[in-house]
Design a binder for this molecule. Structure first.
Ligand SMILES: [Zn+2]
Length: 431
């Protein structure tokens, strides 16, 4: 059914940061058909009066590992390498498809209720992740995180490579692009040149995006330079990894040369401030990315190092952190922080979304501004960045369909999901 949002304060996410007061936004099918201050003629469908509410594009979580909700709050107080090798990898070795399904559905519920309409994921058991995402109604770019810990790499027998090929054949472009499959290299430190070349060639040949963890820790950067006499960004470039639309998650330790290279290749740097702080990795030089003209998006990373999927926390930190580091109150502006969470994330995914404009995807969220912590309101953008929380979201429309409204999930049985997490997945993974 077509939907007309009326009397909304509409945050268009154009370059001027326009907030259109008392606006009408008409949705037809999966797209926005009309935006203006006059009622569109001839509308028939459902009208939603948005008085007291703010309408904005749905948020894009550009780097996560959704099933890791199962490890929320597990193993605090370690750096990345200790956390991964001693806690996360052993727990993940006990996962099965049913546990991944439960963790995914839980993460999807959390994202839907906090205003995310699209996400880029890197994990495994990807069929289960895709099926749960399709059922929940979110959009996603899904990738199989590829690792290879031996010097040999044979694409004819490597399970991750074979799974990526099968996933792409089965799901890429599914339901008008609701699902896209990206290629993935988990990271420089978990794989080698033969895999990089193979994945880069495959992504180019199939027109797939690429999703990589890059320069997350100081140790990763230094060990790569010792191994290859090049930074991770530079060595991956030698094998063509950045020749397609690519996401580089973290970029905490990239050099000036790396930033110039990523800009030249059109790579999106995904900033994950909460995860980088929790794992004591560091702070990505985001103002340098912005001044170099790099596309910067935001991600929560896995909930296991966050510990939530609330992207409003990332928006606030992205806007605040760099002011404190640089002593410059304009280091990242409110509009820049909001762009990272919307239109920049959509660009990273290769989607025409993230703006309220005619012809863009009808991925829209409503926030209730009649809440004590949002009154009074001098500046809508400022409130969205510094005062709003995921729990202020009262409606999530993805691809023209309302999947969450006033606390009710339309596509997810939360009670069943919580039962599966508590009574199946927890027993399976943690005993
Ligand atoms: Zn990650």
């Amino acid at each position: 059914m077509d939907v007309l949002f009326s009397h909304a304060d509409a945050v268009l996410m154009d370059d001027a940061g326009t907030v259109l007061k008392d606006a009408y936004v008409e949705v037809s099918g999966k797209q926005i058909r009309f935006v203006g201050t006059k009622r569109p003629e001839g509308f028939s469908g459902r009208e939603i009066d948005c008085g007291g509410k703010v309408l904005m594009p749905g948020l894009v979580n550009a780097h996560t590992h959704v099933p890791m909700t199962l490890m929320r709050g597990y193993a605090d107080g370690y750096d990345l390498q200790t956390w991964l090798n001693d806690y996360i990898f052993p727990a993940e070795s006990r996962l099965d498809g049913r546990a991944v399904r439960a963790g995914t559905a839980l993460g999807l519920a959390e994202m839907i209720a906090s205003g995310i309409t699209s996400f880029s994921d890197m994990y495994y058991f990807c069929d289960e992740i895709v099926e749960e995402t399709v059922a929940a109604g979110l959009e996603a770019n899904i990738s199989r995180g590829m690792t290879n810990f031996t010097p040999e790499f044979d694409p004819k027998t490597h399970s991750g490579y074979l799974e990526t090929r099968r996933l792409a054949e089965k799901w890429n472009g599914y339901q008008d692009g609701q699902i896209r499959i990206d290629a993935s290299i988990h990271g420089e430190y978990t794989s080698g040149p033969a895999l990089w070349r193979c994945m880069a060639d495959y992504a180019m040949e199939q027109g797939l995006g690429m999703h990589v963890h890059l320069s997350e820790t100081k140790a990763e950067q230094e060990e790569c330079i010792a191994r290859h006499q090049l930074t991770p960004a530079a060595v991956l470039d030698r094998y063509g990894v950045w020749n397609t639309r690519a996401i580089a998650a973290h970029c905490v330790f990239v050099t000036e040369e790396d930033i110039a290279l990523l800009k030249e290749r059109g790579v999106t740097a995904v900033h994950n401030p909460v995860s980088n702080l929790k794992l004591a990795s560091g702070i990505a030089p985001v103002p340098r990315f912005l001044s170099a003209g790099l596309n910067v998006a935001l991600g929560t990373d896995g909930v296991s190092s966050n510990n939530s999927h609330d992207l409003f926390e990332e928006i606030k930190l992205a806007a605040m952190l760099h002011k404190g580091v640089s002593h410059d109150p304009r280091a990242v502006t409110t509009l820049e922080a909001l762009k990272m969470a919307t239109v920049n994330g959509a660009a990273a995914q290769g989607r025409k979304a993230g703006k309220i404009a005619q012809g863009f995807a009808a991925n829209l969220i409503l926030l209730d501004f009649d809440r004590p912590h949002l009154a009074p309101c001098h500046d809508v953008l400022s409130h969205l960045v510094f005062a709003a929380r995921g729990s202020d979201v009262v409606m999530n429309m993805t691809a023209g369909k309302i999947i969450y409204e006033n606390g009710t999930f339309q596509t997810i049985d939360l009670e069943r999901v919580l039962w599966e997490v508590r009574h199946y997945a927890m027993q399976k993974v943690f005993g």
